[in-house]
Design a protein around this ligand. Structure first.
Ligand code: ASP
Length: 280
């Protein structure tokens, strides 16, 4: 059993010590909580639970505290994939909900498993997900000042459960100040993928992640016999060709974890029987 989580990129981490410590503590606490949860739950249940905790933490750009798009609206995207059943589900640009990952989890049982915008919101309401405003004052201030270059902080989790199944989940408020309804990678198989060999959650520039099909590509390479490290390294070499910007957390069926970033400030934490570690 093993779990790895990320809190996206955080450009202020080198200069803002207080926020850095807060993020480290939050990640470590959530990774440990998730590892405990994994003792009695499946990988897919665990990644949904953990990403919901990350969405509820306003330090990250997912759920509460998400970035605002350039028309002043917050639109959330999240997905999860069960490596055991091979099912992927997601919501794209959904508004006024608390935990988009839990709506994606609900969709796993449906034939139509990726919903966007108003349709996603109508589905959420009819399944008991109430109105919720994920805005925090800091994001509104940034929006008003048009500080488009502030650090992002998408979240993700990949877990390997006691039965050897892998699942991955990713949730984001997007890049911030983007054209309304721009589609993030986080609710696509480029940004979030799992099968019986490997699971991957990405963060970074969604357009670069989609262009390189990063999560699906790493997972396919591991399935075809690459080691996790080699699969990540080859895929990141390809990302470099387009000058792409991304980071991943990944985990394979043997319990190896990997974090790769093309930026020094991706924040992540992992937890296994050997203990927990946190990095940013
Ligand atoms: N990948 C996300 C997006 O492009 C942003 C991020 O990871 O920070 O929507």
């Amino acid at each position: 059993m093993n779990i790895i989580i990320h809190g996206g990129f955080f450009s202020e981490s080198a200069t803002n010590a207080a926020t850095k410590i807060a993020k480290q503590e939050a990640l470590q606490q959530i990774a440990e909580n998730g590892y405990q949860y994994l003792q009695s739950h499946t990988a897919i249940q665990t990644v949904a639970h953990v990403v919901a905790l990350l969405e509820d933490c306003e330090l990250f750009n997912a759920g509460l505290g998400s970035q605002i798009q350039n028309d002043g609206h917050i639109r959330l995207s999240a997905s999860l994939m069960d490596g055991n059943s091979g099912k992927f589900a997601g919501v794209i640009n959904i508004e006024a909900v608390k935990n988009p990952v839990l709506i994606a989890e609900k969709l796993l049982t449906y034939d139509d498993r990726v919903l966007s915008g108003e349709g996603a919101q109508a589905f959420a309401r009819s399944n008991g997900f109430d109105y919720y405003n994920p805005e925090i004052p800091q994001r509104r201030t940034e929006y008003e000042a048009k500080l488009a270059a502030t650090g992002t902080g998408t979240v993700g989790c990949v877990a390997l459960d006691a039965a050897g199944n892998i699942a991955a989940a990713t949730s984001t408020g997007g890049k911030g100040f983007e054209i309304p309804c721009r589609v993030s990678d986080s609710a696509t198989v480029a940004g979030n993928f799992a099968n019986s060999h490997c699971g991957v959650s990405c963060t970074g520039v969604g357009e670069d992640i989609v262009s390189t099909a990063l999560a699906a590509k790493i997972t396919t390479r591991v399935s075809d016999g690459f080691s996790l490290a080699d699969a990540c390294s080859k895929s990141f070499a390809e990302l470099k060709i387009i000058d792409g910007f991304a980071g991943v957390i990944a985990l394979d069926a043997e319990g190896n974890v990997h974090h790769t970033d093309s930026h020094p400030y991706m924040v992540w934490a992992s937890c296994s029987a050997k203990g927990s570690s946190v990095f940013m």
